[in-house]
Design a binder for this molecule. Structure first.
Ligand code: NAI
Ligand code: MG
Length: 356
């Protein structure tokens, strides 16, 4: 029997609510399948720790996480702490410290959930967005001079490297190849941005030669938003820069029904370090403590985590259970239901136990 060491970092807002739901579902799966167990360690890192001690996580935080097989992350952000402090104090140091350069964001319309797009249902929108997660616009390269004076300057430099672009492109082509349609869309803004973005286009063409069975096309990011809304069926696997894919995947989540169902995985494809799995959404202050956070995004990312650990049968079983519960209409208010987090979680666990 395999035991997986999981670091749970629920952090802020609804993070603890959805991570508890996710762990309940995985534990039910482990019991149902009998082939693996979880050894979960909880970390109390986040904004409360920041307010107490001045840091969201300890100085040796990433060192402590190294021994785990995966990280299960809730959300970080508090109304009374600036967002750049929380993001750069916890989530980004883990993503960047562990070189989790592939951020993988599957989106599809689950049965029972309606898209805001008229006439678009399950099967019409089935995408995976691959976001470059280590450099680009979020390299953290920049600065401010003459602070507060009229001549103040702020720079935010996007860094694109051949190594960084080649490895994400290869990851995206490989992922596209593993999906039935074998089709990749490469997103840039290489009309207005003549250097880094033109290098993306060139490297895409180079890497494509390693994957002769994958069809691919190119889009400018602004036109891509139109295509996602008007012709969702024409897309399958998508690769874009850190900033572009950040924005496109929020749009994708909304088109699939709610941010509350959108998952993401921060992957180190070389498996040198633990990868991190989290819902796309943030702390959701407006619903924190009300018990109505949608746990589906967290279930879905738990399935991504199980797949990464090699437990594909358990991952499939979890997604089938989630789909059944959505189809039956046991859903939280953000997707039009009346159930609370615990009722959805219990229904998913029942479906896991009752599945064949
Ligand atoms: P948000 O994702 O927290 O909330 C946006 C809207 O979606 C809210 O109306 C919220 O109620 C709803 N929503 C989100 N998740 C939901 C769920 N599971 N079930 C039902 N409804 C859900 O984004 P917002 O409001 O922009 O940010 C709030 C805080 O979260 C900020 O501090 C922000 O920096 C942080 N944040 C953290 C992220 C992370 O940890 N990865 C990602 C995005 C935001
Ligand atoms: Mg985002």
């Amino acid at each position: 029997m395999k035991t997986y060491r999981i670091a749970a970092i629920p952090a802020d807002g609804i993070g603890p609510e959805v991570i508890a739901a996710g762990l309940q579902a995985i534990e039910t799966l482990a019991k149902r399948d009998g082939g693996f167990t979880l050894d979960v360690t909880q970390f109390d890192w986040g904004s409360d720790r920041y307010k107490r001690t001045g840091a969201l996580m300890p100085e040796d935080g990433t060192e402590q996480l190294k021994k785990f097989d995966a990280i299960f992350f809730g959300a970080v952000g508090a109304p009374d702490v600036p967002d750049h402090v929380t993001l750069w104090g916890l989530r980004l140091p883990i993503c960047q410290g562990f070189d989790q350069y592939a951020n993988v964001r599957p989106t599809r319309i689950l049965p029972g959930i309606s898209s805001p797009l008229a006439g678009v249902g399950p099967g019409d929108l089935d995408w995976v967005i691959v976001r470059e997660n280590s450099e680009g616009e979020y390299s953290g390269h920049g600065g401010r001079a003459h602070k507060g004076l009229p001549e103040e300057v702020g720079t935010e430099v996007a860094i694109f490297t051949r190594v960084g672009v080649t490895r994400i492109m290869r990851y995206a082509f490989k992922l596209a190849q593993s999906r039935p349609r074998k089709f990749l869309t490469v997103v840039t803004k290489s009309n207005a941005q003549r250097f880094g973005m033109v290098m993306w286009d060139e490297i895409a063409a180079e890497v494509s030669r390693e994957f002769p069975d994958v069809r691919w096309d190119k889009m400018l990011v602004d036109a891509m938003t139109v295509r996602m809304v008007r012709d969702p069926k024409s897309l399958d696997t998508i690769v874009a820069t850190n900033l572009h894919a950040d924005i496109l995947s929020d749009l994708a989540g909304a088109l699939a029904g709610s941010l509350g169902v959108a998952p993401t995985a921060n992957i180190d494809p070389e498996r040198r370090y633990p990868s991190m799995f989290e819902p796309i959404h943030g702390s959701a202050f407006d619903i924190t403590g009300k018990g109505i956070a949608n746990p589906v995004a967290t279930f879905w990312t738990a399935a991504q985590m199980l797949e990464h650990l090699g437990e594909n049968a358990a991952a499939d079983r979890l997604m089938r259970a989630v789909e059944k519960v959505c189809e039956d209409g046991t859903m939280t208010p953000d997707v039009g239901g009346t159930a609370n987090t615990q009722q959805v979680t219990d229904a998913v666990c029942d479906a896991i136990r009752g599945s064949n």
